[in-house]
Design a protein around this ligand. Structure first.
Ligand SMILES: NC(=O)c1ccc[n+]([C@@H]2O[C@H](COP(=O)([O-])OP(=O)(O)OC[C@H]3O[C@@H](n4cnc5c(N)ncnc54)[C@H](O)[C@@H]3O)[C@@H](O)[C@H]2O)c1
Length: 298
């Protein structure tokens, strides 16, 4: 295999089923030692069952691969520390983290209860922090790391998913900043936006569901976690065999002029230019916007 993970150690959260299971199986088949983490709860994050992670570990070891289970929840600092410790104790390091664990608590905005907000932020957003920070410390020492964070096309806006969309968009900011902070230590960070038929989505995907196998997302994630990948700070949609960049861009806009004091009326007058998408850049950090501004001010 051209892309292999020989000698690499990977953590995949939420790997007891759905997309995470396919990532764990693929990385293990390519030589990675894998921590298969899963709490084994329901789609809405209730309950727990150790057998979910154990079954995937058994699948990997039956094929001659290396894997250990982790039943910790990503949603507490202790859980995150313990998941990373499981990797270090079993395999000596962490090279790859795929932050994939997730739940849904869909409700229209007026009906959303704070418990639904907290549960979704705790798993998707805080969970990604709790696993990634201890892993980042290990990667920094080894001057090598690959993070994949799992966002969603819900970030484009989706009825009934304010909590989920907000958590997923926040992960883009987290990944972009880890990409900036990790650059000097060989740590790359990217975002996957999958569309796949799993227990989470089978009732939501409609007519195309059978075209959207999770295994069609796996190659993109495996590439992003590999040594071959040199890109960082990216976000990629993977859906039914179509792979595409998703980006957060900055338009050229309208410049009121040096020392100008524009009013709301000036904004209205120039709104088409402000709103335009021609000549946008995709900033790699805040510095890129500051540099673009510097060009206007000097
Ligand atoms: N399937 C899609 O089309 C789709 C689209 C966009 C985003 N996603 C995201 O992809 C990821 C995987 O989802 P999936 O579709 O495979 O669903 P899934 O329900 O099959 O997998 C999610 C896994 O995360 C585990 N999990 C939940 N809370 C956990 C916790 N606190 N700690 C550890 N594990 C926990 C679950 O037990 C489950 O096995 C999620 O982050 C989801 O939001 C999926």
């Amino acid at each position: 295999m051209d892309i292999d993970f020989d000698g690499r150690v990977a953590i995949v959260t939420g790997a007891g089923g759905g997309l995470g299971r396919t990532y764990a199986l693929d990385l293990a088949s390519r030589g990675a030692a894998v921590v298969v983490n899963d709490l084994g709860g329901s789609v809405d994050g209730k309950g727990g069952d150790d057998s979910a992670a154990q079954k995937v570990v058994d699948e990997i070891t039956a094929k001659g691969g290396q894997a250990v289970p982790s039943y910790d929840s990503v949603s507490t600092p202790e859980g995150g520390e313990s998941i990373v410790k499981t990797a270090v104790d079993a395999f000596g390091k962490v090279d790859v983290v795929i932050n994939n664990a997730g739940i849904l608590r869909d409700k229209s905005f007026t009906k959303l209860e704070w418990a639904d907000l907290d549960a979704v932020l705790d798993v998707h957003l805080k969970g990604a922090f709790y696993v990634s920070q201890p892993a980042f410390k290990v990667m920094k020492e080894n001057n090598y790391g690959r993070f994949v964070f799992t966002a969603s096309n819900a970030t484009f806006g989706n009825f009934g998913q304010t909590n989920y969309a907000a958590a997923k968009m926040a992960l883009v900011g987290l990944s972009n900043t880890i990409a900036v902070e990790g650059a000097r230590n060989g740590i790359l960070s990217n975002v996957i936006m999958p569309v796949a038929k799993t227990r989470m989505t089978e009732e939501l995907l409609g007519a195309f569901a059978d075209k959207l196998a999770p295994e069609l997302v796996t190659p993109m994630v495996a590439y992003l976690c590999s040594e071959k990948c040199t890109t960082t700070h990216g976000a990629y949609s993977a859906a039914g065999g179509r792979y595409a960049r998703v980006f957060w861009g900055l338009g050229q806009g309208w410049f009121a002029g040096k020392d100008a004091h524009p009013a709301a009326e000036d904004i209205a007058e120039h709104f088409a230019q402000i709103d335009g998408q021609d000549g946008y850049i995709v900033p790699g950090s805040t510095t890129d916007e500051i540099m673009a501004l510097a060009g206007l001010f000097t």
